[in-house]
Design a protein around this ligand. Structure first.
Ligand SMILES: [Zn+2]
Length: 286
């Protein structure tokens, strides 16, 4: 599903393309889309609303309206927001059409059908977002945060990084790239990481997400921006879905195994399960 860099890209597109527009009419084509409020209320509260801004929090895309409401999308793996014109009108897997003034339409298409939308007032939005962890590309996200927050946990590092309450916006593609970059095995227990490893992890989180934003997201299959263009960060991936291919950092081969229930790609030579050096981290002492 779209992660921080993809949602950030869509947010930027919406800011450039639909801020200042008015929603004249709303068509909900997939009843499963609207989680809150009722579909009837969703449609009636959107009618006549002006778009004043767009922002992202974690993987949530938030369209701000002059009514005080926010239209919040959780884009799932097939979720695409497309502005027509300039792009051609999509015909299949449509979930929502926002008819904007100037005869433009914002389409939500998702062939998996899992994308969800909510229309929330300020209080409901706050309630929805308060429990999310910090934004990893913001200045307030400091190197000490992760070791301080999860440094004593015996849980595996990969599922911890995917937990949106711990840190926001990281999903299954970027987490594998981040752990490869930091030379950390995805099954390493958080409480076995050294100070140097926490620093490498912090740098890898920032660098990989920033590169993803710079490259306008990763298109493995379905991700598109608002003008139906794929991202470019897929050209920079080193391990995600590269299993069976040579590791770019050594003579070994990238493998794929399940970790925390998720398909996980890594190099067992570069990312040793027992940690770096002689016999690994603290666990070898017990
Ligand atoms: Zn390797």
């Amino acid at each position: 599903m779209p992660e921080l860099p993809e949602v950030e890209t869509i947010k930027g597109d919406l800011r450039a393309l639909i801020v200042g527009s008015e929603v004249e009419r709303t068509e909900v084509l997939a009843p499963s889309l609207v989680e809150q409020p009722s579909t009837e209320e969703f449609i009636s509260r959107l009618e006549g609303a002006g778009v004043t801004g767009a922002r992202r929090r974690a993987k949530h895309l938030i369209v701000e309206l002059d009514s005080g409401d926010s239209l919040v999308f959780q884009l799932k793996i097939g979720g695409q927001l497309l502005l027509v014109p300039p792009v051609e009108e999509p015909e299949i897997a449509l979930m929502l059409v926002l008819h904007l003034d100037g005869e433009r339409k914002l389409f939500l298409r998702d062939e998996t059908g899992f994308t969800r939308a909510r229309l929330l007032d300020a209080g409901e939005l706050e309630e929805r977002l308060w429990s999310l962890g910090p934004e990893p590309l913001e200045d307030g996200f400091e190197a000490e945060y992760l070791p301080r927050t999860i440094g004593s946990r015996r849980a595996q590092i990969k599922p911890l990084l995917l937990d949106q309450k711990i840190v926001s916006g990281i999903g299954n593609i970027y987490v594998d790239e981040i752990l490869y970059d930091a030379r950390l095995h995805p099954r390493r227990k958080a409480n076995t990481l050294s100070e140097d490893e926490w620093e490498a992890l912090y740098a890898a989180i920032r660098a990989n997400l920033a590169a993803g934003v710079e490259h306008r997201g990763t298109t493995v299959r379905l991700y598109r921006d608002v003008l139906d263009r794929p991202g470019e960060h897929q050209n920079y991936l080193r391990v995600f879905e590269k299993h069976g291919q040579p590791c770019p950092g050594c003579e070994g081969e990238v493998v794929r195994e399940k970790v925390g229930g998720r398909p996980t790609h890594f190099c067992p030579a570069c990312q040793r399960e027992d940690g770096p050096g002689e016999g690994g981290g603290l666990e070898s002492l017990w």
